[in-house]
Design a protein around this ligand. Sequence first.
Ligand SMILES: Nc1nc2c(ncn2[C@@H]2O[C@H](COP(=O)(O)OP(=O)(O)OP(=O)(O)O)[C@@H](O)[C@H]2O)c(=O)[nH]1
Ligand SMILES: [Mg+2]
Ligand SMILES: [Zn+2]
Length: 298
Amino acid sequence: MTGIIIKGIGGFYYVKTGDDIFECTGRGIFKKSGMKLQVGDRVVISEKELSAEARKRGMKHEGVIEEILERKNSFIRPPIVNVDTFAVTFAAKDPEPNFSLIDKFLVMAEMNHVDAVIVMNKCDLCDEETLKEYEDVYSGLYPVIRVSGTEEQGLEELEKHILGRTVAFAGPSGVGKSTLINLLIPDAEMETGEVSKKTARGRHTTRHVEIFESKGGGLVYDTPGFTSFDILEAEEDELQDYYPDIARYKGRCYYDNCRHLKEPDCAVKTAVKAGEISRVRYRSYKSNMEEIKEKRKY
Ligand SMILES: Nc1nc2c(ncn2[C@@H]2O[C@H](COP(=O)(O)OP(=O)(O)OP(=O)(O)O)[C@@H](O)[C@H]2O)c(=O)[nH]1
Ligand SMILES: [Mg+2]
Ligand SMILES: [Zn+2]
C-alpha cells in the first residue's frame, strides 16, 4: 500500500491511505541510512496486526513504513517535503508585518522552484490605505490574497489556490495560519493561540506539522510559525536571483557582479528611487544580505 505521512509524533508516523490512517513505525534501515522520514513523504507501508496499545490510542490500523518514494522537494524549516505552493502568511496587524522574514520564505520558494502566494490575514484590523500599501509590496510579483479569519473573508479566493495542489502555510507565529486552516477544513481542529499583548508575538501554538485534505481535493500543511529564521541557504551573490523584482535588472548595472549595495551606477538603486522596485523589498534584500554575510563569518 502507498500513503502519505500526515503527521509525526512521539516516534510514530501517521500515514493516510485513502480514508484510513495507519499508525506506523519506520523500518530500522531508515535510521541506518540517515534518511529521515518527513511529513509529506509518500511511502509504501505494510499492515501489521493492531496492538492493544494502538487500539487504546484510538487507532484502527497499524503498519510499518517499508519505502520512501522519490521526493519532489524538501525543506528544513519548516520540516516538510513534496510542496507545490507556499502560502506565505502574514498579519496586517498583531503582529506587525516583518517583510524581511516574509521574504525569506519567498526566497526559499524561489530557490526550490515552488510557487508562492501571499496570504494577508487580519485585514479586519487595518484601514484600506495600509492594506493597499502592503499589497503593493508584492503586486505584480506574487498573488496577494486578502483574508480575515475572524470575519471569514477571502476564503473562496484562497481555496482556488488549494484546489488539486499541495499547499504549505508558512509564516510567523500568531499570524493566523491554524485559524485559516480550521476555516478551510473544519475537521482540522488545529489549536490556535492568542498573540501576546506584551511582545505582540504569537506563542508558537502549533508545534508540529500536520497535513489535511481539503474538500476540493488539495492537501494543506499547517506548520509551526517562527519569529526568526536563522538559515538562509542562498549565497551572497545569488540572493538577488531569488528576488524576481531585483533579478529583472541583472546585467544593467555598471559592474557585472553588482550586488546593488554601495556600487556606483546601479540600475537596481535607480529603480528603487524611481519607484519601480518597492523600497520595502529593497530594504529586505539588504537586511537578508547582511544576515548571510554575518553567517559566513563563522
Ligand atoms: N483580528 C483577527 N484575529 C485573528 C484573525 N485570524 C486569527 N486571529 C487570531 O490570531 C491569534 C493567532 O492565531 P493562530 O491561528 O493560532 O496563529 P498561527 O499562525 O497558527 O500561530 P502559530 O501556530 O504559533 O504559528 C488567535 O488569537 C486568532 O484568533 C483575523 O483574521 N483577525
Ligand atoms: Mg498554528
Ligand atoms: Zn546594481
